[in-house]
Design a protein around this ligand. Structure first.
Ligand code: F6R
Length: 237
């Protein structure tokens, strides 16, 4: 794992943008994308730049089950607002949260990824070490599946909904095994609330109890964190 520590999320956005630009220049054509607050500074730099994704494909990590693409809190809407409206891809894929047939939807999405292998994957890190919606205990060889969200994730996401009861209980998510197939992975984490998960991801034992620790096994991972998120690291980077 290559660890890059920056001053703050804004500086992280600049570095994240540069990593996307390098990936594009190196012929990456399929980008795996994440939602959440973490990648926003990177997406802001990208959308303000002259990078051109019009010949690329994007494949998002996850989507809430039960939310229409037009729902303001759907990950479709998030991507539209923060990325695609300004920087369209040739094709953009997000799981279909309205497909209630979980076997059909997860098989369809996994096949799509197999047919369009991801060159460059951006990830955020959950406070509990999750990646995508793969909560602690998810098998490392999992493929795209329907996830029952944990209480801590529901609590963390409730800030985006009017009431906690409105937060969906399920999501479709790429599995950990799916994510690990990406050629290159960039994982970003900012703020003190991520410091423990960052320490466990980089320095802890590789365990399904900390999903992101699996990234220690991946040959091409960049960890982009700010000073606050680096606060519990024991080694020097
Ligand atoms: C989002 C996703 C999640 C988030 C993680 C961090 O598509 O897959 O794993 O990356 O929950 O969320 P933020 O960035 O909001 O702290």
């Amino acid at each position: 794992m290559e660890v890059q520590i920056v001053a703050d999320p804004l500086a992280g956005g600049q570095t994240g943008y540069e990593l996307f630009a390098t990936a594009l220049a190196n012929e990456s054509r399929v980008f795996g994308l994440a939602t959440g607050s973490t990648p926003i500074t990177t997406y802001d730099q990208i959308t303000a730049s002259n990078l051109d994704f019009s010949e690329c494909i994007s494949i998002n990590l996850d989507e809430y089950v039960g939310l229409a693409p037009t729902h303001p809190q759907s990950y479709h809407s998030f991507m539209q607002e923060h990325f695609f409206a300004q920087k369209p891809f040739n094709k953009s894929y997000v799981p279909n949260g309205l497909n209630m047939d979980e076997h059909d939807e997860t098989a369809r999405y996994e096949k799509l990824i197999a047919e369009n292998p991801i060159d460059f994957q951006i990830l955020g890190l959950g406070q509990n070490g999750h990646i995508g919606f793969n909560e602690p205990g998810t098998p490392f060889d999992s493929i795209t599946h329907r996830v029952t969200l944990t209480q801590s994730t529901i609590d963390a996401n409730s800030r985006f909904f009017k009431a906690k009861e409105d937060v969906p209980r399920y999501a479709y998510s790429m599995g950990i095994g799916t994510i690990m197939k990406a050629q290159q992975i960039l994982i970003e984490a900012y703020g003190e609330s991520k410091a423990q998960a960052v320490q466990q991801m980089i320095e802890g034992p590789i365990t399904e109890q900390v999903p992101a620790s699996v990234l220690q096994h991946h040959p091409n991972v960049i960890v982009l964190i700010d000073q606050a998120a680096a606060g519990k690291l024991k080694g020097k980077y």
